[in-house]
Design a protein around this ligand. Structure first.
Ligand SMILES: [Zn+2]
Length: 82
């Protein structure tokens, strides 16, 4: 069983489909058991989809940086001790 911290550190690779099948299965199992990480995963996935959808009309550097900062903030919030 992965910890939330491990899950979040693999999240971007998971969404980019860069993880091994074994790790991917572990990550998928984690989200079915951890609603908190499911929300982070879902939000990040949607953000990436929006971002990819916008790439055709080339988004400015600063918008990209803000987007990534927002995602990182979200992940950091999740990692805080309860
Ligand atoms: Zn979790």
């Amino acid at each position: 069983m992965l910890t939330c911290k491990q899950f979040l550190s693999e999240l971007t690779d998971y969404l980019d489909e860069k993880t091994s099948t074994e790790l991917r299965e572990k990550l998928q199992r984690h989200i079915t058991e951890c609603p908190n990480c499911w929300v982070v995963c879902d939000t990040t996935k949607k953000t990436i989809q929006v971002y990819k959808g916008m790439q055709s009309c080339s988004i400015p550097e600063d918008v990209h940086a803000r987007l990534m900062a927002a995602v990182e903030r979200k992940i950091a919030d999740c990692g805080k001790p309860k």
